[in-house]
Structures are given as C-alpha cells and as structure tokens.
Ligand binder design. Structure first.
Ligand code: BEZ
Ligand code: FE
Length: 290
C-alpha cells in the first residue's frame, strides 16, 4: 500500500510546508525555516487573517524594500521599531559582562574617517561644544592599547550627515579613533540632539497608524574593536535627554546613560582646544576578552 502525500489543509498547513523544507541540507537553515513556518501559520490562524490583510502586508514589505538605498535601510528600521533588533541583541549578549550593547541603527552607512586623538569631528555643524574622553579596558580592568573606536552621531538638530548631504560633508560627526598605549581616546564634538527616526517611509506610516512617536533620546554611537576582544556596538546616551524612557527603538539601557556636565574651567578648556563653557563626558568601555 502506498502512503498518500501530505496534502495541504487548514489543520495541517504548517506540517505540510515544513515537510517541503525537510530536505534542506543546512540543519540551521532547516530549523529556522521550519520554526518560521510554524509561527507564521499559527499567527494567521490566531488572527483569522483575510486576503486584503495579506495583500496589505505584502504591499508594506514591498514599499519597505523600495525605500532602501545606499544611504537608507528601511528594513533595519522596521526590525528596530518591532523590537527585533533589541531582542536579538539581548539573546546574543545574555551572559556578557562589560559594557552593555545596543542597536546599530541604520546610519552606520559610510565609513568613518580616521582621526587623531583629540580631533574635532563636528566640521561645519554648530552646537554646544562637547568633549568626550574615554578608556577601553577588558572586563577585568586591563587597558586595551590600540583599540579602535568608531564614533557617529546626529547634529544639534537631530540629523546625520547622510540625511543632509547637500549642506554637510560626508564624514561630519563621524570618526575612527585608535586608542593610545593605555587604551585612552578623546574627541571634540557638539552635543547631539534627540531626533525622530525617518518618518517619510513605510515604517514612519506604521508608527503614525499606531499612534507611536518616532523619537530617540540624544546619543552618540560607538563601535569598539580590538584584537583578542569581542567587538561591541553601543551608545552613549545623554543624561537628561527627552525620550530616555520611551525610545522608539527600545535601545536605552540604564548603564549607558552618561552625565555630560558643563565645564567652566578656562584652563581645561584651553588644554582641550575648546571654548568655555563646554560639556564633558568621560566613559569606560569594557570589552569582553575572547
Ligand atoms: C540611530 O540611532 O541612528 C537609529 C537607530 C535605530 C533606528 C533609527 C535610527
Ligand atoms: Fe542614532
């Protein structure tokens, strides 16, 4: 007696489709696709999905893809506002010690220009003069000489260079710094502002349709890398910024919120080539040795 093939039905839909993927040679790909199908089918059944809603979802994803360009990543934005980026971050760094990680975001799209320690990354953008000093250490407190610290941030009106390409040189408010023998780094900049994530695309329309605001609290992005250490993608959030308790992409962690006190000491200002007053943040970045 021949066994009949598994035929598609409402009851057995996930099982039938999973069976079609059963011969996937890569076991991880097979696991991912089988679980994806199981959850997608369970979702459609739970909400009793109808054809116009599936059409709308396909249209939404199509427009999301069409919005992507060399300087715009709408799918990253979608992952961010759905909390997927932060969930994968949490799953990836469950047992990590050291400085906490957070979202990469969609604006790390151009290479940061290499800079000397102490350089001013603000270019032509105006704002509150700010000094960031820091040190890269391992989780057990050893300095990491030569660690590379990649910095990028929005300006005082909340825009990245790639969003205002006509008026700002690309590379403005970005810098790639190599730490000294003691793991120290330092740069001058302007205080970034809180800003809305891009709202002129499908993700923005999703936020509007659901009554969600698009704002992120003020922050400076950091990727720290060194031989023998796990790379770290994180932010320095500015204490006191609006939206620290309602980041549109769920990226805030208490340990990443830093004070940027106002400094009025003219000697310090002169030593760092800054006017008085200026804001100063000092940060320790602790990398996991591996
Ligand atoms: C950012 O901080 O650059 C960012 C992160 C997630 C979504 C949009 C922007
Ligand atoms: Fe940002």
């Amino acid at each position: 007696m021949t066994t009949s093939p598994l035929l598609f039905s409402e009851e057995r839909s996930a099982e039938v489709v999973a069976q079609a993927f059963a011969a996937t040679p890569d076991p991880r790909l097979r696991e991912l696709l089988t679980a994806l199908v199981r959850h997608l089918h369970a979702f459609a059944k739970e909400v009793d999905l109808v054809q116009p809603e599936l059409d709308a979802a396909i249209d939404f994803l199509t427009r999301t893809g069409q919005t992507c360009s060399a300087v715009r990543q709408e799918f990253v934005l979608l992952s961010d506002v759905l909390g997927m980026s932060m969930l994968v971050d949490a799953l990836t760094h469950r047992a990590d010690e050291g400085t906490e990680s957070t979202v990469l975001g969609p604006f790390h799209m151009v290479d940061s220009p290499p800079r000397a320690l102490g350089d001013d990354i603000s270019g032509a953008s105006e704002g509150e003069p700010t000094l960031v000093t820091g040190r890269v250490l391992t989780t057990d407190g050893r300095p990491v000489p030569g660690a590379v610290v990649d910095i990028w941030q929005a300006d005082a009106t909340g825009y990245y260079d790639v969003q205002v390409s006509e008026s700002l040189d690309q590379g403005t408010l970005r810098g790639l710094f190599t730490c000294d023998d003691e793991g120290h780094f330092e740069f001058r900049t302007i205080l970034p502002a809180a800003y809305p994530i891009p709202t002129d695309g499908p993700v923005g329309r999703l936020l509007t349709a659901t009554g969600r605001h698009p704002y992120r609290p003020a922050h400076i992005h950091v990727i720290a890398e060194a031989a023998g250490c796990a790379p770290l993608t994180t932010h320095l959030f500015v204490a006191g910024s609006p939206y620290l308790d309602s980041d549109a992409v769920f990226g805030v962690k208490d340990s990443l919120v830093l004070d940027f006190p106002t400094v009025t000491d003219p000697g310090l200002a002169e030593r760092h080539g800054l006017p008085v007053p200026f804001r100063h943040a000092d940060v320790q970045i602790r990398l996991h040795a591996c």
